[in-house]
Design a protein around this ligand. Structure first.
Ligand code: NAG
Ligand code: NAG
Ligand code: NAG
Ligand code: NAG
Ligand code: NAG
Ligand code: NAG
Length: 512
């Protein structure tokens, strides 16, 4: 200290404190919009949110407690700046009513316009609240933002399997309450069918690829041609039934709890029979297989997940059971085997055997991995045009939004601004109306003995009808503009259920 003198020491000390304070402010001010982890899907939403808030405020409080007076004055000044910045009285407000994890209050900068995005339900009656955002699986049908003012948009988002939201979203009764949607379906207003595909370079990447020669060697050592890993047995898509049929004709190594006949090596096992699915080791392990079963838990247009994209990434040929329109998005005409293309499961098994013993034919299914091998313009265009991307990949870095959550918020924000401009000019407000084509999925079918999904399933018909009744009950109280207690809602829903019983609804459906 002697070396610098007291004055310099004091200046240095103040400098450090001021620096800390401003770093703190910078963090609080600018972090919310950039914290990508905030949007990671549910489920203990409130807890995550509160913990993050607390972590930040305690850090700042500590700095404040030890800051000298003139620094505090500076902070007071900056606080005014903050207040002025966040209290923009003109900004429209979007409220996450059924919220996702980390739907944290912030100002969304959407091109040239802005909106306040909040999950504070007290803003229901605020004059600037112009849209409610709903994450489908978090909706409570008897707790809606009512009464609904004119021109208040209701926007529905769900990228997950329809299985994870109640079956009520498969019906117009429910969807008719909403204006705009963002789902895996291309027909939705802000479609996200490729939300599991990070980028084109990821799809082309050859990092995990195993040569056919090597695969043949592994086959001789007893590795099956086909791999199956599933943890969710008894899914609506009835995939386990299909795999069981396939096993009559060809060997399938099945590692998950469903149809399990193989164990993961110890290093891959982290919980009973499931592997840590995102580790390189797991990718390497799977890449040794020639074919990987890519069977979604639900069969619904454009519903595609990592089950499809991962085999394509590692250079194994996916055997696809999922979106009936999956070919629209496949990298090329020869990059996957699609269950629907085969009249019977035996035909599929024969084709697998054929490719297994014809290296040149098998290799054709991997030509898309070569530079320029991805020929599907529809896929390329969709990836190019989406306005959000995963910033870990160069081709996605220039996208305005780092994920589809902020992208969706901005999509709605821009619509709200459009409506306001129209109203100001006395022009007609556009009509936005969600419908079944935006989200709905058909009642799941059962596989018959030869592997065609044609059979009625009593359980799923019941589940779908139950969802429809939920939607009818939801719309019933919505139309009266009132929020009711859970009991009143349940009573109404049960009444509908009893009416179905009286009318033999289930029996009639089964006979169709
Ligand atoms: C912010 O608001 C405060 C209090 O209303 C006011 O004194 C101050 O001048 C404002 N600052 C700016 C930059 O507008
Ligand atoms: C929610 O908004 C109300 C009214 O604007 C406000 O009084 C309250 O403090 C807010 N709550 C939170 C958690 O921000
Ligand atoms: C619901 O209530 C709001 C506010 O009272 C009113 O503006 C709106 O017209 C009502 N809607 C229906 C369908 O009654
Ligand atoms: C392990 O499996 C059990 C039972 O399925 C589950 O309850 C638990 O959450 C799992 N643990 C981890 C770390 O995934
Ligand atoms: C796939 O094949 C069909 C007909 O066989 C052809 O019309 C289409 O252009 C091909 N698509 C691609 C991406 O090669
Ligand atoms: C939004 O949807 C509701 C319910 O269908 C409808 O009454 C309203 O007119 C729609 N708003 C716009 C702006 O399209």
């Amino acid at each position: 200290m002697k070396l610098f003198g007291r004055k310099f020491g004091k200046v240095l000390f103040l400098g450090i404190i001021t620096g800390m304070v401003f770093v703190g402010f910078f963090y609080v001010l600018y972090n919310p919009e950039s914290d990508e982890s905030l949007y990671n899907v549910p489920h203990d939403v409130d807890k995550v949110w509160t913990e993050k808030q607390e972590a930040k405020s305690t850090g700042l409080t500590r700095v404040m407690a030890s800051a000298p007076v003139n620094v505090l004055n500076k902070m007071e000044e900056s606080r005014h700046l903050v207040v002025n910045k966040t209290r923009e009285p003109e900004l429209p407000i979007l409220v996450w009513w059924a919220k996702v994890s980390g739907s944290k209050d912030h100002t969304a900068q959407c091109g040239s316009v802005q909106c306040t995005v909040s999950s504070n339900q007290s803003l229901l009656g605020h004059p600037n609240t112009q849209a409610f955002l709903f994450y489908a699986s978090q909706i409570i049908p008897y707790r809606l933002p009512l009464p609904r003012k004119q021109n208040t948009l209701w926007a529905l988002m769900h990228e997950e399997s329809p299985k994870n939201a109640d079956a009520m979203f498969n019906f117009d009764e429910t969807l008719s309450l909403f204006n705009l949607t963002s789902t895996f379906k291309r027909e939705s207003d802000y479609p996200i069918p490729l939300h599991f595909l990070p980028s084109l370079e990821w799809l082309e990447n050859q990092k995990f690829m195993v040569s056919v020669q090597q695969k043949n060697k592994l086959r001789q050592q007893g590795l099956a041609p086909v791999m199956y890993v599933q943890s969710d047995c008894g899914a609506p898509s009835d995939r386990d039934t299909y795999v069981k049929l396939l096993q009559k004709f060809i060997t399938v190594d099945s590692y998950g709890p469903c149809l399990n006949n193989k164990e993961f090596p110890k290093t891959l096992k982290f919980n009973r029979s499931m592997a840590p699915m995102h580790s390189d080791e797991y990718f390497e392990f799977s890449a040794r297989y020639k074919f990987v079963l890519a069977m979604e838990n639900a069969v619904c247009d454009d519903y595609m997940t990592e089950k499809l994209w991962r085999p394509l990434n590692i250079g194994a040929v996916p055997i696809v059971w999922g979106s009936p329109r999956v070919k629209d998005f496949l990298p090329s005409n020869t990059s996957a085997l699609v269950v629907n293309d085969f009249a019977t499961v035996e035909e599929l098994a024969n084709f697998i055997k054929y490719l297994d013993s014809n290296d040149e034919e098998y290799k054709k299914f991997l030509t898309f991995k070569k530079r320029g091998g991805i020929t599907n313009e529809f896929l390329l265009t969709h990836l190019r045009n989406r306005d959000w991307g995963n910033r870990m990949y160069p081709s996605q870095r220039t996208k305005p939004y780092y994920s589809f959550f902020p992208g969706f918020e901005c999509f709605i924000c821009q619509k709200v601004h459009t409506i306001n401009e129209k109203l100001e000019r006395g022009e007609k407000v556009p009509n936005y109306q969600a419908s079944l084509s935006h989200y709905g999925c058909p009642v799941p079918k059962k596989f018959n003995d030869v592997g065609k999904a044609t059979g009625n399933s009593e359980n799923w018909i019941r589940a779908w009808r139950s969802g429809q009744n939920m939607g009818i009950a939801m719309k019933h109280f919505y139309s009266q503009n009132i929020t009711v207690s859970r009991n009143i809602y349940d009573d109404y829903w049960k009444k509908l259920k009893n009416e179905d019983k009286t009318n033999n609804f289930l029996q009639k459906q089964m006979e169709q």
